[in-house]
Design a protein around this ligand. Sequence first.
Ligand SMILES: *[C@@H]1O[C@H](CO)[C@@H](O)[C@H](O)[C@H]1NC(C)=O
Ligand SMILES: *[C@@H]1O[C@H](CO)[C@@H](O)[C@H](O)[C@H]1NC(C)=O
Ligand SMILES: *[C@@H]1O[C@H](CO)[C@@H](O)[C@H](O)[C@H]1NC(C)=O
Ligand SMILES: *[C@@H]1O[C@H](CO)[C@@H](O)[C@H](O)[C@H]1NC(C)=O
Ligand SMILES: *[C@@H]1O[C@H](CO)[C@@H](O)[C@H](O)[C@H]1NC(C)=O
Ligand SMILES: *[C@@H]1O[C@H](CO)[C@@H](O)[C@H](O)[C@H]1NC(C)=O
Ligand SMILES: *[C@@H]1O[C@H](CO)[C@@H](O)[C@H](O)[C@H]1NC(C)=O
Length: 737
Amino acid sequence: MAGRAAGWRPRSDSRGYLGLFGAFLQLVLMHFLRGRVSGQASVQTEGHFEAWPLQESGFLEAMSLQKFSVLHHRSTSIPRMGARPIQFEPSVLDFHEQPVGMPKLESVHLHNPSADETVTLLSISATTSHFHASFFQNRVIPPGGNTSFDVVFLARVVGNVENTLFINTSRHGAFTYQVFGVGVPNPYRLRPFLGARVPVNSSFSPLINMHNPHSKPLQVVEIYSTGGDLHLELPTGQAEGPRKLWEIPPFETKAVMRASFISREPHNHTAFIRIKTNDSDDYLILPMEVEVTTAPGIYSSTEMLDFGTLRSQDPAKTLNLYLLNSGAKDVPITNIKLSPANTAISIDFKPLTLKAFEKKYTKVASVIYDPSKARRISQHSGKILVKAKEKSYPKLEIAYQVDLLEGYLGYDQAATLFQTYDGQIEPQTRPVSLTNTFNITIVLHDVTLPEEVQHLFQVKNFSRPLWIAPQETCYAFSLSFAPVGPLTNLEANVLLSTNASRFHLPFHVYTGFVDYLVLPPSLEGTSFDFGVLAVSDVAKAFLLIFNSNPIKLDLKSWEVIGERLSVELLSVAMGNLSHAKTTTELDGNRLDPQPASIQLLPGHHAVFCVTLHAAQQQGDYEAAVRLTTDCEILTIPVKAVVAVGTLVSQPQHILLSPSFPGKLVVHPVSLASSFSRGVRVEAVRPPTNSSYFFFRRLRHAKEELEPGKTSKIGNIYFNASAVCDGECYIGGEFVCQ
Ligand SMILES: *[C@@H]1O[C@H](CO)[C@@H](O)[C@H](O)[C@H]1NC(C)=O
Ligand SMILES: *[C@@H]1O[C@H](CO)[C@@H](O)[C@H](O)[C@H]1NC(C)=O
Ligand SMILES: *[C@@H]1O[C@H](CO)[C@@H](O)[C@H](O)[C@H]1NC(C)=O
Ligand SMILES: *[C@@H]1O[C@H](CO)[C@@H](O)[C@H](O)[C@H]1NC(C)=O
Ligand SMILES: *[C@@H]1O[C@H](CO)[C@@H](O)[C@H](O)[C@H]1NC(C)=O
Ligand SMILES: *[C@@H]1O[C@H](CO)[C@@H](O)[C@H](O)[C@H]1NC(C)=O
Ligand SMILES: *[C@@H]1O[C@H](CO)[C@@H](O)[C@H](O)[C@H]1NC(C)=O
């Protein structure tokens, strides 16, 4: 494509502003429908606009025009305000509400009521960048004749804007015309890029993140830029990509383009990005204003840290701050602060020095937004101040913002719990209702289950999309559970895709059974095996009971079946079995008085102590511990062998050789067993918890002591240094030369 504005449609009256943007300068076209990058139009220099055919008068022409006219306005008074030789229709122009970045065009008609005077129109101008005026259809209005011009309202910020257009005539001076509009948030969550400052030859490259506000996929059809210094590239960095790259799933946000601005000329540049989607014939226009300067200073890679849309229960989001020093000397960055202070934000920053003449941005800090800490609306936006140790530099401020949705999706937990019993399992279907506590309507457009549970669960009766008004509860779908084979406890999430991002709805399948573990002496873990006991020995073991179910369980009773055995509750605490094993105070005292029953909350464990007083007569001992919960009766066997005999240490008294701190002394230990069967040595411990005596078992010692024999089992050590605990000597260290 070549030639100014060639190839672009002239303005079409029926479709409003379609044609207005036809005259973009140097358009870089990334046309993925055709799968390639095509065409560039030639550059028009400023000042030539008057030569353009008026019918094709375009947006950028209006922009240049505006600059031209504003310049000439400042010192001029506006004569003959009241006596209007021309009439405007409508008399004032109100655009009402328009989303930011979505232009709206209106035509204004001018009528010359005079019977003899001809009015020649010279210029038209606006003093804000929210409004753009086209040139007149006819510059000369004969007596009784009329003409028109177009005004485009392109809101750049949310809020009210009003402005006065100045219309200069050849012989009647300037006329004023009032225009009004209100900018509202962009439904695609797009924003203009305003207020960026970059050094010459450095780039400003924001990502364009686009949100799909619909429950159908959104296809971006084309993205154009005004070219010149502004280039578009795919977020992947490639020049072209599949059409799928520009398809945004319902209610999701996706980076569709990177706009890269780089210039060699110091100037306040304005460029535009135009986006078209398949959900409307209307264009989205994003202005990009970049101040390119030669002034030495600290620059930020982005004009705004945009945290996007977060929900109050979302995890904290981190954005990085990249800075560059364009000056001729190294500059330390001493501090990064918030203005005003904001407790929802934390900054991870360590002072550093930015090197002179850097071409690349350096990561200087991480800015972390924690939505759960935001209490007030004033915490949703603000500024980040960068303190540099260089007085001659202008101060650097970077804006930040977050769109925070407060609320949650509530549900009845009982509907998401499915109990199964070993063997007997029946299909179940549960209705799931959702409560919307956000102040926006939640649109539920998809409900999915993780693949690994799809053979067990199904979502039924969901009609998409489902609209849930603020503070409303409504039936959303049914969860149907058809178990195959015996199941243990299972936890998974139903994924709810909504316009407020995704929600996880946890559901559980549970048996109602407790998990348990027997701690030493048993090696097995699931039963008590006390091994060989001497007559009148007292043996102890611990029983940990854990509730891994999502419901609380009643531990209705704990008792023993058998003689000389007792079971006592020691404690109840939070934590799973492996946690309990390492942290529980197993020597703890029994609860006194013993409660008749307890409630075991989900994720909690109980610790019991089981004590066996060995019998007078020899032989095998068998008994059991029985626990009753509301779901099961758990019987854990207890075994022991009672034997007559003793173990005697050889020698009976161990006398260690003299020692001093630093010298470790050792003595072997042997045991004479008078039992008539093998006996296992569990442990050898000093009577007190001293650290200076310790025992090491022989590496090749047999598992059991042979009956009627003396066997060496290990060594006992004495470490004198442990007695004085590091304070054994005074004085310095010796160094051997
Ligand atoms: C209107 O145009 C004339 C001629 O170009 C110029 O001299 C005058 O200053 C302009 N007035 C205003 C208010 O722009
Ligand atoms: C403007 O003039 C055209 C013809 O010259 C006429 O058709 C039209 O109705 C006029 N409009 C107004 C608002 O006077
Ligand atoms: C910018 O780059 C151009 C060409 O690469 C070079 O001629 C010019 O000196 C550079 N300007 C600055 C300020 O670095
Ligand atoms: C650009 O705009 C800023 C602020 O509006 C102004 O300070 C600066 O002088 C302008 N630069 C140029 C080159 O016009
Ligand atoms: C837009 O394109 C997507 C993807 O091709 C399609 O699913 C969707 O239905 C289209 N939307 C409209 C309004 O045509
Ligand atoms: C929802 O709440 C936010 C923040 O509290 C507020 O800015 C917004 O106006 C509210 N929206 C509606 C529709 O009430
Ligand atoms: C399906 O939904 C309707 C209402 O939309 C409800 O009345 C019905 O009970 C639901 N069926 C099941 C199986 O949950």
